[in-house]
Design a protein around this ligand. Structure first.
Ligand SMILES: NC(=O)c1ccc[n+]([C@@H]2O[C@H](COP(=O)([O-])OP(=O)(O)OC[C@H]3O[C@@H](n4cnc5c(N)ncnc54)[C@H](O)[C@@H]3O)[C@@H](O)[C@H]2O)c1
Length: 437
């Protein structure tokens, strides 16, 4: 039987905690939001209401949120149906907090962690059975009220009614697109999205040395591929090189042996130099790009040229018809090769991971659409350019087929989806109704 969620405790009131608390309050849940001190929680509540953007849209809904400190008010979680941990990404901190949560919460409550990459099995390594049965990962994306994706990751001992109750609440009440993922490093969206970025820096570096500009890289790796206009360098400017460095280190420690992502966990030299200098992205006033305000009040965008190591004026790149869609990856020129290396390489990476990170291709496609704002997921993109053509190019290059492409080839199927997307190709080589996922 499902467990009803009407009251929520959010522990940790930073970027994500305020987002989760705000959305829950907006949807009329009673929310307890705790942080390291009452003052910190009060400041967080102010950000829920007055932040840019605010986490709550309807004036007055913040009255649903009670604030307090983790030190003095943790006992109040005894009245909460769902307890969501959103403190800093540090295993020891999370484990210590879960020990205290376990002592304070009521039987029947549901617990989750908003970790973005730590495996649940590590967090619950020494946890009692009750917690192991009642806990999932609920991985929201930032900003919580805007990004549709919430990855839901059960542990090996999580009871099915906990997973189903959370899935129902996240989808029906909070309005999220719930994707069920497996308990592996970085789950689905960040496993593939961070591969795209880290491998992308290396692949784009090669393209730059062959004469492409950074603007041309971002122009090719954005709208033509159906991904946001920030492109590669612009997206990393938004996230920050320091965060990407932490992501790379976490992947270096936790990717399974043999995973090709291990080749790209360290930055190329120019990006490492930027990190060392503190040239991290938008938060430090410039990374790969910067915006200058001139004396006459106008603005000028500059590019940090990775080849010369100097700032220069931005020179926007044009995209011709041959490169205007995902099929650019079949063009025999530097831009086409860039698209094939980075986009094609990422699609292959995703195709190899089905089974390991998700049960099916639909979860992977939804994670990339809802979490990274891709217009099409990896398998929809392969269908778009033609799975047969994609396989032929890999064969021409003498590259073995990644798992899902091998399954497609062996089963004689021509696409990952058929019947207008209502059926998808499963790991068993048969089509299944997409609605059943
Ligand atoms: N920011 C993102 O884009 C994003 C996206 C998805 C998931 N996450 C994950 O969500 C969690 C929170 O991330 P965030 O971006 O909101 O971080 P944040 O730094 O904005 O907030 C962390 C909060 O934890 C509190 N805190 C710090 N030390 C603590 C301690 N020792 N004990 C208890 N609380 C402590 C801080 O006061 C702060 O309010 C992390 O696990 C992170 O990986 C972040």
């Amino acid at each position: 039987m499902g467990r009803e969620i009407k009251s929520v405790a959010v522990l940790g009131a930073g970027t994500m905690g305020t987002g989760i608390a705000g959305l829950s309050a907006e949807k009329d849940c009673k929310v307890l939001m705790l942080d390291v001190s009452r003052e910190a929680a009060e400041q967080a509540l102010d950000r829920v209401v007055n932040g840019r953007p605010p986490a709550i849209d309807t004036p007055g809904k913040e009255a649903n949120i009670e604030v307090g400190s983790l030190e003095e008010d943790l006992h109040k979680i005894a009245d909460c149906d769902w307890i969501c941990e959103a403190v800093i990404e540090d295993l020891a901190t999370k484990q210590a907090l879960f020990e205290r949560i376990e002592a304070a919460r009521a039987d029947g409550s549901i617990v989750s962690t908003n970790t973005s990459g730590i495996k649940l099995s590590d967090i619950t390594a020494n946890a009692p059975d009750r917690l192991r049965r009642d806990i999932c990962v609920t991985h929201f994306f930032n900003p919580v009220k805007i990004m549709k994706l919430c990855e839901l990751v059960p542990g090996t001992d999580t009871s099915p009614d906990v997973v189903d109750s959370l899935a129902g609440f996240l989808g029906d009440v909070l309005g999220k697109g719930v994707v069920r993922a497996k308990d592996t490093v970085n789950f689905i969206g960040n496993r593939i999205g961070c591969f795209w970025m880290l491998m992308g820096l290396h692949g784009a570096g090669t393209a730059l040395s062959r004469g492409l500009t950074q603007e041309a890289v971002d122009a090719q790796l954005s709208k033509p591929m159906g991904i946001p206009p920030t492109g590669l360098y612009g997206l990393i400017d938004l996230i920050g090189l320091d965060i990407m460095d932490l992501v790379g280190k976490n992947l270096a420690d936790n990717l399974p042996e043999g995973d090709i992502g291990l080749r790209y966990t360290r930055f190329p030299d120019p990006e490492q130099g930027m990190l060392d200098r503190g040239q991290l992205g938008r938060k430090t006033g410039g990374g790969f790009y910067r915006m200058l305000k001139l004396d006459d009040g106008s603005r000028k965008k500059e590019v940090f040229d990775l080849i010369t190591g100097d700032w220069r004026d931005e020179n926007p790149a044009e995209i011709d018809d041959a490169h205007a869609g995902p099929a650019a990856m079949f063009q025999n020129d530097p831009s086409g090769e860039l698209a094939w290396t980075i986009m094609g390489g990422t699609l292959c990476y995703a195709a190899d991971l089905v089974g390991e990170i998700s049960d099916d291709i639909v979860a992977v496609d939804n994670a990339m659409k809802w979490g990274f704002a891709w217009n099409k997921g990896p398998f929809e993109l392969i269908d778009d350019v033609g799975a047969g053509r994609f396989i032929a190019k890999l064969r021409d290059e003498g590259t073995g087929l990644p798992k899902m492409l091998q399954i497609l080839d062996d089963s004689g199927a021509e696409s990952f989806y058929r019947s207008g997307g209502t059926e998808y190709l499963g790991l068993d080589g048969n089509y299944h109704p997409t609605g059943s996922v």
